[in-house]
Ligand binder design. Structure first.
Ligand code: ZN
Length: 273
């Protein structure tokens, strides 16, 4: 998708695309909340959901696989919604599983609809036709990213600054290897806000914080930050929280409160740079 596309200009065909995959009683692919919020921060949550369209028949996976981290970023949707309330910030969440289509990958990259995730084969993604890929792009990926683009354009038109905060969570153990970090900050071309937040998080008692690890942002492995923040020259940070920290409500509240305290402080430092 080109981020300069006029969102909604092709509403009729988008609606048709959605109907090709989603029944009217199924969740909408986008939860967008608090656009009127006064915060400079705009929160995105590409992997908040684990829904699979009924017509995809569970992607051929056993039910328990759809609850694992391969299907979604456990806990982060709750953190994002609480952080939105604490900061009075706009928030957008993707409802569908990243196994349907990964909303943080360029759809041209084969892994945007993964045939294998960690070590699990995804039968329903094997050998998809171009048409089947397009249906998922149009029904799930495009509405999400068109909304982000439209929101950012409206804010710019209204003279409002925007700082994109991309929220994710990661599994404590990946391919058998335990991860020591409680959280991480990720960045690509512009590390400024991430560096400020990294210092503040690292100063918190008992926290081990990753600096662009276990993941780093890149054009091949990411979409939301490169397309919506970097191409527009917006300040941003991608935040990853280890899932065992935010599986339960108490941890979700604690992390939302911590980020509500540290993000404005990091941005204040960024503005002084
Ligand atoms: Zn994620």
């Amino acid at each position: 998708m080109d981020c300069r596309d006029e969102p909604g200009s092709d509403g009729q065909s988008l609606q048709t695309a959605s109907e090709a995959l989603l029944d009217p009683d199924e969740p909408k692919p986008v939860i967008f909340d608090n656009e009127a919020g006064r915060s400079v921060f705009f929160l995105t949550c590409d992997h908040a959901g684990r829904a699979i369209p009924r017509r995809l028949d569970g992607l051929g996976l056993p039910e328990q696989e759809a609850w694992r981290h391969i299907a979604w970023d456990i806990g982060i949707g709750e953190v994002a919604q609480q952080l939105s309330r604490l900061l009075d910030a706009a928030v957008i969440l993707q409802t569908y599983s990243r196994l349907v289509i990964d909303c943080n990958r360029d759809p041209k990259v084969p892994s945007s609809i993964p045939e294998i995730s960690e070590t699990t084969e995804i039968p329903g993604n094997r050998g998809l036709t171009e048409g089947a890929r397009t249906v998922r792009i149009d029904a799930v990926f495009r509405p999400y990213h068109d909304t982000i683009a439209a929101v950012l354009e409206r804010r710019t038109a209204a003279g409002r600054a925007s700082v994109l905060v991309a929220l994710h969570s990661f599994t404590p153990v990946f391919k058998g290897v335990a991860r020591p970090w409680h959280a991480a900050v990720l960045y690509n071309r512009d590390p400024r806000l991430a560096r400020s937040l990294f210092k503040l998080l690292s100063a918190e008692a008992g926290l081990v914080v990753g600096d662009n690890e276990p993941y780093a942002v890149s054009d091949l492995t990411d979409y939301t930050v490169p397309v919506h923040a970097e191409r527009r020259g917006l300040p941003y940070v991608e935040i990853e929280i280890r899932q065992d920290q935010i599986t339960e409500p108490a941890g979700q509240v604690a992390w939302a409160e911590r980020l509500a305290r540290l993000l404005p402080a990091a941005y204040a430092q960024f503005l002084r740079q």
